[in-house]
Design a protein. Structure first.
Length: 446
């Protein structure tokens, strides 16, 4: 574990910026088990950055309107940014109307990830991410930082359900009579951090919420509901304010209310959700708390075991993958499991190295960054155990890019478990690292 405590009393400075990262038309879109080539742009994708400076020390919070970020892209961007290890927190929002990015993934390869257009885009992406941070640095000025926590429970739903047949279902469909009850909670916390200049003019609003970004569908690039969130907050606070959205732990959370028969797909639904969240952010603006004190930074690498796969499973997986490449449609979970098996087998037993990161501002405010898609229960464990007054947990930062169900979910099975490329207990190991780092940073800050 690398722990850095920057015990300084200098005034805080902050700057924010965003850079367009929209790919060209024809880029394959991510998020589904099918090939979708982008036909246009509904709203541009961005890399958004907030830089916090304290004396000679600084940190950067970055979010990209992408389904995920391959570890190599993050590493290249960090090298270009040039801050010390652990000082840059880069995550993806998980928009399903963003591009496929090659991550040495058999699934991505099957659905366009090996196309030349993808390689070309990935060569440019780290530069654009670094440019957002560079511009935020250049815009930095004396700032005040304040935090608050809203509550919004009307737009997020656990997508796993206990069913009448004794199984745990995944996205079982609206008004399904076999549903008994959700298999887990949601996290209603809407985390807000406001950055203003010395004259109280808004520079940026950082928003974090646990809700999967798979609302709009279609073949146009879109940032999904964070676009509507940004638009509404911009109307209230001024178009010059940057709204940076990060994903809370939402590996088992989506926007589908199974008790309603109405369809919930498209830009109108994304605008509804973004507007609802914006309304709660605006209310939260009235009850913010100042964040002061020194910066604290910690990062650690956690080794995570692979799930076991047999030679027979590998052979079957190759056969299923061949069917997919031939244009056939094997059973969905067979396809999901096949790509997982091939990816795990390709590692030849080499465990994952996963980064867990903490950035704190005084003893009031802390951010935790985790890899992959994290079950909501795991994020709640971190927040409950954190010694900080307010802890924001961000998923889809660093690598590996996979699901991290909690241990309870593994024997229940279904999509997130079938697709997980990490062994049972891996999510809990990430939680342990995060809590240990939070406590170490807190103890070292005055």
């Amino acid at each position: 574990m690398l722990l850095t405590l920057l015990l300084l009393s200098q005034d805080l400075r902050a700057g924010a910026a965003m850079v367009d990262i929209t790919p060209p038309v024809g880029m394959p879109l991510a998020g589904y088990y099918s090939t979708r080539l982008a036909t246009g742009t509904h709203d541009p994708l961005h890399a958004k950055a907030i830089v916090i400076q304290q004396g000679k020390n600084e940190v950067a919070l970055v979010a990209c309107d992408l389904t995920n970020l391959p570890p190599e892209v993050i590493e290249q961007a960090e090298a270009l940014i040039g801050m010390p290890a652990g000082h840059v927190m880069i995550s993806a929002t998980h928009s399903h109307t963003g591009p496929v990015l090659s991550t040495n993934s058999s699934r991505n390869s099957a659905y366009g990830g090996d196309l030349p257009i993808v390689a070309s885009y990935m060569r440019e992406l780290p530069k654009r991410i670094a440019a957002a941070v560079s511009q935020a640095r250049a815009a930095a000025k004396t700032a005040q930082i304040s935090w608050g926590k809203g509550q919004e429970s009307s737009v997020a739903f656990n997508r796993r359900f206990h069913m009448q047949d004794g199984t745990v279902g995944w996205n079982p469909g609206k008004l399904n009579p076999g549903i008994i009850r959700p298999a887990g909670p949601i996290d209603p916390d809407l985390n807000v951090v406001l950055f203003t200049d010395a004259g109280f003019q808004p520079l940026a609003t950082y928003v974090n919420y646990a809700l999967h970004l798979d609302t709009v569908g279609g073949t146009d690039f879109s940032a999904d509901y964070p676009f509507a969130l940004s638009q509404v907050l911009g109307k209230v606070q001024g178009a010059g304010m940057v709204t940076l959205f990060t994903m809370g732990t939402s590996g088992n959370i989506n926007h589908i209310d199974v008790t309603r028969k109405e369809p919930q797909k498209g830009h109108a639904e994304a605008e509804r959700i973004g507007t609802v969240l914006a309304g709660e952010v605006i209310k939260t603006y009235t009850r913010l708390h100042p964040a002061t004190g020194a910066l604290g930074i910690s990062t650690a690498q956690v080794e995570l075991a692979l799930p076991a796969v047999t030679d027979d499973e590998v052979l079957k997986a190759k056969a299923v993958a061949a069917e997919v490449l031939a244009g056939k449609n094997p059973r969905f979970l067979d396809t999901v499991g096949a790509f997982k098996t091939l990816d795990v087998a390709s590692r030849a037993g080499k465990p994952w190295s996963a980064e867990v990161q903490v950035i704190a501002l005084g003893k009031e405010l802390a951010w935790v960054a985790l890899p992959g898609e994290i079950f909501v229960e795991l994020g709640q464990q971190i927040k409950q155990a954190s010694p900080f007054a307010h802890t924001i947990v961000v998923e889809l930062a660093h690598g590996p890019v996979t699901y991290f169900p909690n241990a309870t979910a593994f024997p229940q099975g279904n999509y997130e478990v079938v697709t997980s490329r990490a062994a049972k207990g891996s999510g809990e190991r990430l939680v342990q690292s995060a809590i240990a780092q939070l406590k170490a940073v807190y103890a070292g800050l005055r």
